[in-house]
Design a protein around this ligand. Structure first.
Ligand SMILES: [Fe+2]
Length: 306
């Protein structure tokens, strides 16, 4: 059997006429993986699957992570991360964007980039989703690299960039924060959030995808902090910051993105080693429930700095 696909707007594909309830044979697993590595973002619309099926499907792509916080895990399925909004916990992620209160809005990022070892990918399944809000955006960093001019590609090929873990977006140097204000309960520091601190992580500005071998841009705004030793490339620190601003502007170009408007049952999987993603957030009190599984990977793309 061969999967039938349709390109999404700009990046990724939708898999058509495929019922995820059917058992996945070894041959089908290979086909799904090949499709994932080719397109990085796979969408399956309006599926009728349960938690076990989501977990089984995710295992096709690799072993699964267990979220460190027990409160976010599904009580019967520890591999499932419960991503919810619309209740009393909203205040924890509330922030203001141009004066508008939004829950769980996140700028473009790669999960766990600050550790030096991002997970391989994730699968999201919409259980309950509102209309016209709470979109998830996906961007292709391999395509972003391909679309740079050759002079910029050559300049980046010698550079390393550092990511610095901080607690909220207002403290990130390359996020679009002109109109960002933290909500009253958004943790202001790593200590206040009670999460472990992380040393900075370094990445080649252009990485090689561990499976496909594609060149992938490793510059995304969330947690991005600086170019390491810019003088080696003949750049001052200001010039290095200007370069990062220019590349961040490039990765924000809409023609590198697909934004998903969710319907119940939609399933999306993305390759975190190649895609970046963002969330548009929901208004406080808007009910939203998404189940996530996270695929571990055995590749280390960056390194932790002492
Ligand atoms: Fe994320």
């Amino acid at each position: 059997m061969s999967l039938s696909i349709e390109p999404l707007e700009h990046v990724g594909v939708q898999v058509l006429d495929f019922d995820l309830r059917q058992p996945i044979s070894d041959a089908m697993a290979e086909e799904l993986k090949a499709l994932w590595y080719e397109h990085a973002i796979l969408v399956f619309r309006e599926q009728d699957i349960d938690a076990e099926t989501q977990i089984e499907l995710s295992r096709v792509f690799g072993p699964l992570a267990i979220h460190p916080l027990p409160s976010t895990r599904h009580p019967d399925h520890p591999e499932l991360f419960i991503n919810k909004a619309g209740d009393e916990d909203d205040y924890l992620t509330l922030a203001y964007f141009d004066g508008e209160p939004l829950v769980a809005r996140l700028d473009w990022h790669v999960d766990l980039i600050y550790t030096g070892k991002p997970n391989h990918g994730a699968v999201l399944r919409a259980v309950q989703v509102p209309d016209n809000e709470g979109m998830t955006g996906f961007g292709d960093r391999a395509l972003a690299y391909d679309r740079l001019d050759s002079e910029t590609q050559a300049l980046l090929s010698d550079l390393e960039v550092a990511y610095h873990f901080v607690q909220n977006q207002g403290q990130m140097r390359f996020c679009d924060n002109v109109k960002f204000e933290p909500g009253p309960n958004l943790p202001k520091s790593v200590e206040e959030a009670g999460v472990p601190d992380f040393p900075d992580a370094a990445y080649p500005a252009v990485g090689t995808h561990p499976v496909s071998g594609r060149q992938v841009l490793q510059i995304v705004p969330f947690f991005l902090n600086r170019v390491i030793a810019p003088e080696k490339a003949g750049l001052s620190e200001d010039e290095a910051d200007d370069l990062l601003r220019r590349i961040v502007k490039h990765v924000r170009r809409p023609e590198l993105h697909y934004f998903h408007e969710w319907s119940p049952g939609d399933v999306i999987m993305w390759d975190n080693w190649r895609a970046m993603h963002c969330t548009t957030g929901t208004r406080p009190g808007t009910k939203r429930l998404v189940h996530r599984t996270t695929i571990l990977g055995d590749a280390t793309l960056g390194r932790q700095l002492a």
